[in-house]
Design a protein around this ligand. Structure first.
Ligand SMILES: Nc1ncnc2c1ncn2[C@@H]1O[C@H](COP(=O)(O)OP(=O)(O)OP(=O)(O)O)[C@@H](O)[C@H]1O
Ligand SMILES: [Mg+2]
Length: 234
């Protein structure tokens, strides 16, 4: 089986700052993988490197069979990888619907389009012509997920989607991520909210100082939760 995403001994930098050290990470078709670790270990930098926003200076990134020599956002989209960025990054002066359409601009053809996103998130249809940033935090997160789906990806990278959201909204997100995964899209869930991780992921990779230091299965049990906690506690 060809992995959807394979990072092989990736070294990445911001300027002279060496952030990722021989990072290895694989996501297979249909998998739900969690990437966990304390603040500043390099989780977002892993995403940024795949999209060409941090500088790849060693190792290899494969998206399916495609070796990414010079990562760029449009290349990730063309090869089936979309992201829900940390902080959501909804474009302020675009409407909800225009924000959704942005996701399709560089993506692939497939089952997801505006009507399908509205079926998944009816609230986005109700608010279609209002500014994207007028939505609540939870609704903006739905918009960011919808925008990623519009690219018809095989894999979505979710960077701390629960950040700043009330527990009841996080419960809704867990169901949404399950629904998206059930339709065949693989997920890489970067998250410090471990109650979300145990509900969504089947496998975890834990990072420290720019590398993966532990990995294993995830179950929706107290024991699994406690196991994961050791990797994110300060
Ligand atoms: N644009 C940048 N230029 C220089 N250093 C940066 C830049 N962005 C992040 N860093 C540094 O890179 C390291 C990794 O940051 P990164 O954002 O990848 O961590 P993270 O694991 O996503 O943390 P968090 O859980 O807080 O989101 C940190 O030491 C951070 O200060
Ligand atoms: Mg981050």
């Amino acid at each position: 089986m060809t992995a959807l995403l394979k990072l092989d001994q990736v070294n990445a930098f911001y300027g002279a700052a060496h952030i990722l050290h021989d990072l290895c990470l694989t996501v297979n078709p249909g998998e739900r993988v969690a990437l966990i670790g304390r603040n500043g270990v390099g989780k977002t930098t892993a995403v940024n490197t795949i999209f060409g926003l941090a500088s790849l200076r060693g190792g290899q990134i494969h998206l399916g069979n495609h070796a990414l020599k010079k990562p760029r956002p449009y290349l990730a989209a063309q090869h089936g990888v979309a992201a829900v960025p940390q902080g959501r990054r909804i474009v302020a002066n675009l409407t909800v619907e225009e924000n959704l359409l942005l996701g399709a601009a560089v993506g692939r053809k497939g089952p997801w389009n505006v009507p399908e996103i509205y079926k998944l998130f009816p609230i986005l249809q109700e608010r279609a012509h209002t500014p994207g940033t007028s939505l609540s935090g939870g609704q903006q997160q739905m918009l960011a997920v919808g925008r990623a789906l519009m690219a018809n990806p095989s894999l979505i990278l979710l960077d701390e989607p629960a950040e700043g959201l009330a527990p009841v909204i996080v419960d809704q997100l867990a169901l949404i991520f399950k629904q998206v995964a059930d339709q065949g899209t693989a997920l890489l869930l970067i998250e410090q909210n471990l109650s979300l991780v145990v509900r969504v992921a089947e496998r975890y990779c834990a990072m420290a100082k720019g590398s993966v230091v532990a990995e294993g299965p995830v179950e929706n049990t107290q024991h699994s939760l406690e196991d994961l906690q050791t990797h994110v506690m300060v």
